[in-house]
Unconditional design. Structure first.
Length: 719
């Protein structure tokens, strides 16, 4: 037996050990095996790489295959194996290139066509996959049960992608699997369930598949995807971390793990994991992968507020691969936040040339709406193709809603908004009764008696400025106006006030009474309140450049006005108001990043009505127990008379007026909210009374708001 035969025997033994559950022993043996591609013939290289792939060593296989391809660039077997290895890592577009080349060099080989068809489905070209599968099914011997099963399974996946989940399900029922508990069957059932919006059922099938193959990184990735779709980011991290422990050289898994950490706001681990992905890409000398990893590092830097670093990473990513969609879209979004609208539009337009759907969706966010009916139809068609994300693509439906609103096709616009919101509700667990109960607890807790016994609590600093109100009520516009003053710094939406409430509640659960917010602050002494306010003040000061005032613009802080007053009894609190009907329609047409973090009510008109009624009850309560403590500014007043409203705002803070403050749209500072485009424009009145376009459609909202106000004992009307 020569050395290469010995390697094959060792790999076979390792595969046996893994099947027996002795992975650690197999890993020790694999780590001791030295394979030099230069000492292998092509046939030996193909055999050894073919043995490495089932051992979850796709990274090592790719390294060997790349060396082999440099010697024999026209070897179809090497191209085929590279395509399989790349597909195992989730790098489907690169896999497609290698498998297409293999098919060109060796036309219609069954194994190549099967894998090419599978990858075509993954990159959204199911019609081409079906063409290959039909050809393959006719050519393959009917007695080949295993290959026939595979053909039909991929055919079913293609049907799901074509928006035909029922046909796919019928096909799965007739598939005669060589193994009745086949992993691919479970995966197919999961895809069909997810395509129908049945995410819990999809997770069930994926977990069944994982029981059969506990080290299947593809199943782990799909479970992570389902967890992220439902907002369970920590669960997604657990699945992906498990996948990384199995295949640490899998670039795609590392990249997905970095994004999962970013979703969970763990910036340190997100950056560390993105760096690992970058090192893997550099090792493979893959410029496309490097661009994606650099984009991940840029996204982390952007979230941390390191704009210069984020810009540098995006520029490097585009230099590595000028067609990297992730880099172009990410860079464009960063430029929107920075107010560089022309540069952002240029990146989005380039993205649209590469991927019209994603590019034009981004352009819609900067009010560049598609006019071509064929393009709008293509977006609609794509939006309704089922996938693991659900029965529809929610982002595209919101894009269509805003586009048709722009074109004044209001019935069509609302229909798409309704579909998008209805689909989103399936992955949310918002409960209006829970919100009402929490509101009641806040109102009951923060009483006159509570404050009368704490008159001298807190920090008397006026440096913090709190801007709050319902989302889409003008909070970002108000912050932009104030931030135009040289003595004011706009820090954006900060979570430190509710964060302290959560921390105190957790401490009580672990060490004390089990009280939650707001009851958990009842026993805090004056010195403890001052210590918390000192921490908050230092945090705000660390974000600014030494300005006299620092703005915290978290809209939902209207729930925390009592706590804010306790911490900073002299700090300005500015409440933004707007016609609740306009607030509702503006919320209903947006897909919020924080849908799992407090915006769950925005996807149902009745939930919106009840939530706004609860908010109005809270604001009425604060006005009763803390009269004149809150300064109110109406969005409509700002739009009608920007100078008068701006003068009132600046005067309330106690600052001198500058005429330049009216050019607030030119202020250079990051704006990360959904209003990042609007605040870069001169004030316009087109958003006033926008609800009139949808007067009939928002009747459920108006009824819910009226009933909610009646329940709280508020005056008749909408507030």
């Amino acid at each position: 037996m020569d050395a290469n035969d010995e390697i094959l025997q060792v790999l076979a033994n390792c595969r046996t050990l893994i099947r027996k559950g002795q992975k650690q022993e197999a890993d020790k043996i694999l780590n001791s095996v030295s394979i030099d591609s230069h000492e292998l013939s092509t046939d030996q290289l193909v055999l050894i790489c073919g043995a490495l792939l089932p051992l979850e060593m796709s990274g090592k296989a790719l390294e060997l295959l790349s060396d082999g391809l440099s010697r024999e660039p026209d070897n179809w077997k090497i191209h085929s194996l590279m395509g399989i290895a790349l597909a195992l890592q989730g790098r489907y577009h690169q896999s497609f290139c290698n498998l297409s080349e293999a098919n060109r060099l060796c036309p219609d080989h069954p194994k190549v066509l099967v894998n090419l068809s599978r990858v075509l489905v993954q990159i959204g070209r199911p019609e081409e996959a079906i063409t290959h599968l039909k050809k393959l099914s006719a050519a393959v011997d009917a007695g080949g049960d295993s290959i026939q099963y595979l053909i039909r399974a991929i055919f079913a996946e293609a049907l799901v992608c074509l928006g035909k989940p029922d046909e796919a399900e019928a096909m799965v029922e007739t598939v005669q699997s060589p193994d009745k508990s086949n992993v691919r069957t479970y995966k197919l059932r999961a895809l069909i369930a997810a395509g129908k919006g049945q995410h819990q059922e999809a997770v069930f099938y994926l977990k069944e598949a994982l029981v059969l193959t506990p080290r299947n990184t593809q199943i782990l990735k799909l479970l992570a995807e389902q967890a992220s779709i439902q907002g369970y980011y920590l669960e997604a991290i657990q699945y992906l971390a498990q996948a990384v422990s199995i295949d640490p050289e899998n670039f795609v898994v590392q990249l997905q793990l970095a994004r999962a950490y970013l979703n969970a706001k763990d910036f340190a681990l997100a950056d560390k994991t993105a760096e690992t992905a970058l090192l893997l890409a550099e090792k493979e000398k893959d410029s496309s992968a490097m661009a994606q990893a650099l984009s991940a590092k840029a996204a982390v830097a952007s979230e941390k507020g390191c704009i210069e670093a984020a810009t540098a990473y995006y520029q490097e990513a585009v230099a590595q691969d000028e067609n990297c969609l992730t880099a172009l879209l990410g860079f464009g979004n960063l430029q929107v936040q920075e107010g560089l609208m022309d540069e952002a539009v240029a990146n989005f337009e380039k993205a649209a040339q590469i991927n019209p759907l994603h590019g034009h969706s981004a352009l819609v966010h900067v009010h560049r709406f598609p006019d071509d009916p064929d393009l709008l139809w293509a977006i609609e068609k794509s939006a309704k193709i089922p996938s693991m994300a659900g029965a529809v693509k929610i982002g595209l439906l919101f894009c269509l809603a805003r586009s048709w609103d722009h074109h004044r096709e209001y019935a069509k616009a609302f229909d798409f908004a309704f579909q998008a919101n209805e689909a989103t509700q399936k992955v949310l667990n918002y409960d209006r009764v829970t919100n009402r109960n929490q509101t009641e607890r806040i109102i009951k807790f923060f009483s006159r008696d509570f404050f009368s016994g704490r008159k001298h609590y807190g920090n008397n600093s006026r440096q913090p400025v709190f801007i709050l109100g319902m989302p889409r009520s003008g909070t970002t516009l108000t912050e932009q106006i104030l931030s135009s003053h040289p003595d004011v710094f706009g820090a954006g939406e900060l979570g430190h006030i509710p964060g302290w409430g959560c921390q105190l509640g957790m401490w009580e659960k672990m060490h004390g009474t089990g009280k939650e917010y707001p009851e958990c602050i009842e026993d805090l002494t004056d010195s403890e309140i001052r210590r918390i306010s000192c921490f908050c003040l230092k945090h705000l000061q660390s974000l600014s450049r030494g300005e006299d005032f620092v703005i915290d613009k978290l809209p939902h802080n209207f729930r925390n006005i009592g706590f804010i007053h306790l911490l900073f009894p002299r700090a300005p609190i500015i409440h933004c108001t707007r016609d609740p009907r306009d607030v509702a329609i503006s919320n209903y047409f947006l897909d919020f990043k924080a849908k799992f973090g407090g915006m769950g009510y925005a996807y149902d008109l009745e939930d919106l009505g009840n939530h706004i009624a609860d908010y109005q009850a809270l604001m009425a309560h604060w006005e009763t127990i803390l009269p004149n403590r809150v300064f109110h500014v109406a969005y409509e007043d700002i739009v009608e008379d920007p100078e008068a409203s701006s003068r009132r705002l600046i005067g309330h803070i106690g600052l001198d007026w500058f005429p330049e403050l009216l050019n607030f749209q030119s202020l250079k500072r990051p704006v990360k909210t959904a209003s990042s485009w609007q605040v870069r424009q001169p004030i316009y009145q087109s958003s006033k009374n926008k609800w009139c376009r949808y007067e009939k459609q928002i009747i459920p909202f108006i009824k819910a708001l009226s009933h909610g106000r009646e329940r709280w004992g508020l005056s008749e009307g909408l507030g």
